[in-house]
Design a protein around this ligand. Structure first.
Ligand code: BGC
Length: 730
């Protein structure tokens, strides 16, 4: 979304997934490096430069979600009243991610001398030139390598200026990647500038060919096809994605807009063809978090991909399989066994969390997440299992997923200690609520660890039964002895959960209930995050929770908790949560919706939606909060529609907010494509499921169960929320 010319408020970046560089020196961490700015334009009318920024009259920018294009328009008038209109369209192709296209149409209201310069600006100075681009009709690509030598980048581009089918010659320019034209523009002769760019990223471990060769070949093919056909292929690729993933909401335009904005970014962020990269906390849309990958990907984003684009989900999980060696090394370094994934991960999977940050008042604040925020390992195992359950991708489970689940289970077993009280404990961690560090028995961490250990045992049994050869090979490779599995069972059975049998309340960590209880309503509306307003010390000594922690556990392991326990814990923790992380509101919307508290769910949904669209946290300039966007999808599908995967099909438990008249979306499950339509009028609620593609599956709605055959629809009705669903008579 950066402008064609940089301004103080808009510094262009061209990020390529996986292109990181780590500066040398103590405490240095990897960061995405920016490739060349491929959009740069300079325009002059009669020698006077026209600024292409957002301050000009007649400036408008339109993001076309349907086609995945950005259209920017300027209508300019100089001091002599001469007028010009410039419309720029751009896209990075979803049909071929190596290609980017820019096209600009220039129209004038009177004859005038125009000059146009188009350039590819040099990349980040952490990218060192290997080979310069050549000048000429068939320009050779330029190549760079990252200063740390782990990545390479190649770029090639062609540009042309045309009017009425005729190509205008450019001025001789001896600089590569720079084109200049000057011409007398006429009112009835619009000119069109077009540029095709090919960029190819390679990492040291995957490099077999020169990225320059790949870029050259891609550009040659693209040039033959031309910008219009490239746009058509790109638009078709987007149309396909929208067919698989659009959510329609009627009755609430704000929610509709937020969901399409979310889906647009979620689709943009993933690449099913590259299992070596994952999605950073701001995807590729900004500088914040340096492109690092967190639990956001597995817990907040993966569900969208699992249910609408399984190939993209698989690639993301394969990234975690490729980074398993680094996760093993981290566990060993900290004195444990198995795999402890990096809290912040980049290209290698080595820990990339900064050891400290500079706080608001200039003090050095140590960051302990890189060693202590360990739930990431269980989160990844959880995502592997969800993917496997929803896709039945046995090749993935057998060849990659099982190893992740076993190695993370092994980590939890080594991380838990049996103490005098006869229970296992996990001491000194950070849970999702990062306001409280070094805590014992964090409920989320322990709950997920138990679940991970159980899945470790389940996957071991499954391999033993179904793929005994693979099981023997893995057992040998991992040196898994039978007594180790017996210990997993014991740890899973006796790990502290923090649950109080009488009240059903789960203590977020040992001693949490004894902390000061603060009424957060007294601080509304928040002017900054709670830890900033109240200070880190007071926050640490209080029950203020940064983000869904116990509530997150409810959301992920819903069926493990009886309804009264879900209700009690949500009511306890919700008023104590400060939502200092953008991840929190959408999960609260999901849980509130499942509990049937629709006004609250709607409020949290709107709060999550506003984070990027209204920049309510004041940091959207650092990139979109892609985890929040994944959370919005989950709030709609898992929350308002109440979707859950069952062993033989899908379950729904719809509760629509007051203003929503209808909610429609597609999901995929084990190769089937299902469409869901939930409608609400004053008199009737209707839920309709259609099996569009694939073999039959079972669908559940309250107490109703139906085996849905291909091409068939099944409709149920009820008059109000408190009635049971009834099958519509056929
Ligand atoms: C949150 C983490 C999150 C990270 C990146 C932090 O502020 O507390 O849960 O993973 O941001 O989004």
């Amino acid at each position: 979304g950066s402008l064609e010319q940089p301004t103080a408020a808009s510094q262009p970046r061209t990020y390529l997934a996986g292109l990181f560089d780590t500066p040398s020196g103590e405490h240095a961490i990897p960061a995405l490096v920016s490739g060349p700015d491929w959009l740069r334009l300079r325009v002059a009318m009669d020698g006077v430069p026209l600024p292409l920024d957002s301050m000009q009259a007649g400036y408008a920018r339109t993001l076309d979600y349907a086609r995945g294009t950005l259209i920017t328009e300027w209508r300019q008038e100089d001091t002599d009243g001469r007028r010009m209109r410039l419309r720029a369209l751009r896209f990075v192709s979803l049909a071929d991610r190596r290609l980017a296209v820019q096209a600009v149409r220039i129209e004038v209201a009177q004859p005038v001398w125009l000059a146009l310069e188009a350039s590819l600006e040099p990349p980040d100075d952490r990218l060192l030139a290997v080979r310069a681009a050549s000048v000429g009709a068939e320009p050779e690509p330029a190549t760079w390598r990252t200063a740390d030598g782990t990545g390479r980048l190649a770029a090639a581009s062609v540009a042309a200026l045309q009017t009425g089918g005729e190509t205008l010659p450019d001025d001789p320019c001896r600089e590569p990647f720079r084109h200049r034209w000057g011409w007398v523009a006429m009112p009835d002769r619009p000119v069109v500038f077009s540029r095709i760019v090919a960029m190819v990223r390679d990492t040291a471990d995957t490099a077999t060919t020169d990225p320059g060769d790949t870029a050259r070949a891609a550009l040659r093919r693209a040039r033959r096809r031309g910008p219009a056909r490239l746009l058509a292929a790109h638009a078709r690729a987007w149309a396909d994605r929208w067919t698989e993933s659009d959510i329609e909401v009627t009755g609430d335009d704000g929610a509709q807009a937020a969901l399409r904005f979310a889906i647009y970014h979620l689709v943009s962020a993933a690449n099913p063809d590259d299992p070596r990269v994952s999605i950073g906390a701001r995807a590729l849309t900004g500088d914040s978090y340096l492109g690092h990958v967190f639990w956001d990907t597995e817990i907040f984003l993966l569900p969208f991909y699992i249910f609408t684009w399984p190939d993209a989900a698989r690639a993301l999980l394969m990234y975690r399989h490729h980074t398993l060696p680094a996760a093993r090394a981290k566990a060993t370094r900290l004195g444990y066994r198995g795999a402890l994934y990096a809290w912040e991960s980049a290209h290698t999977g080595d820990e990339a969390t900064p050891p400290f940050v500079i706080g608001p008042d200039g003090q050095v604040v140590p960051v302990r997440c890189g060693t202590d925020e360990q739930h990431i390992s269980a989160d990844i195992a959880y995502a592997v299992w969800q993917y496997w359950q929803a896709t039945d991708d046995t090749a993935f489970l057998r060849d990659a997923g099982a190893e992740i689940v076993l190695e993370t289970a092994r980590f939890w077993s080594s991380r838990s200690d049996l103490e005098d009280d006869g229970r296992y404990h996990i001491r000194g961690v950070i849970g999702p609520d990062e306001y409280h560090e070094g805590v014992d028995d964090n409920a989320f961490t322990n709950g997920m660890a138990i679940w991970n250990l159980e899945r470790g045992l389940e996957v071991a049994a499954l391999l033993r039964d179904r793929w005994p050869e693979r099981w023997t090979a893995l057992q040998n490779q991992l040196a898994l002895a039978p007594d180790e599995l017996a210990r997993w069972r014991d740890v899973a059975d006796r790990l502290e959960t923090g649950a109080d049998a009488a009240s059903g309340l789960i203590e977020q960590f040992t001693g949490f209930f004894a902390l000061e209880s603060v009424d957060l309503r007294a601080f509304l509306p928040w002017t900054a995050a709670p830890d900033v307003v109240l200070g880190t010390e007071r926050t640490r000594r209080s029950q203020i929770v940064k983000q869904a922690d116990v509530v997150m556990l409810l959301a992920l392991l819903w069926d493990r908790f009886p309804p009264a326990v879900r209700e009690a814990n949500f009511r306890y923790y919700e008023p104590r949560t400060g939502h200092g992380s953008s991840l929190s509101p959408a999960i609260h919307a999901l849980v509130a919706a499942r509990l049937g508290d629709l006004p609250l769910a709607e409020r949290f949904f709107a709060q999550a939606a506003a984070i990027d669209l209204d920049d309510t946290m004041g940091n959207a300039g650092g990139g979109v909060h892609i985890g929040t966007l994944g959370g919005l999808w989950q709030a709609a599908v898992f929350g308002f529609a109440g979707l859950q995967s069952e062993p033989d099909g899908l379950r729904f438990d719809p509760h629509l907010p007051d203003r929503w008249d209808a909610l429609r979306f597609p999901v995929q499950w084990r190769g089937r494509h299902v469409r869901i339509e939930i409608q609400r009028t004053a008199a009737m609620r209707t839920a309709k499921m259609t099996l569009v593609r694939g073999t039959s599956l079972t669908v559940y709605l309250g107490t109703q169960i139906h085996r849905l055959a291909r091409g068939q629809s099944w409709t149920c009705r009820r008059e109000s929320e408190d009635q049971q669903w009834q099958e519509e008579s056929q």
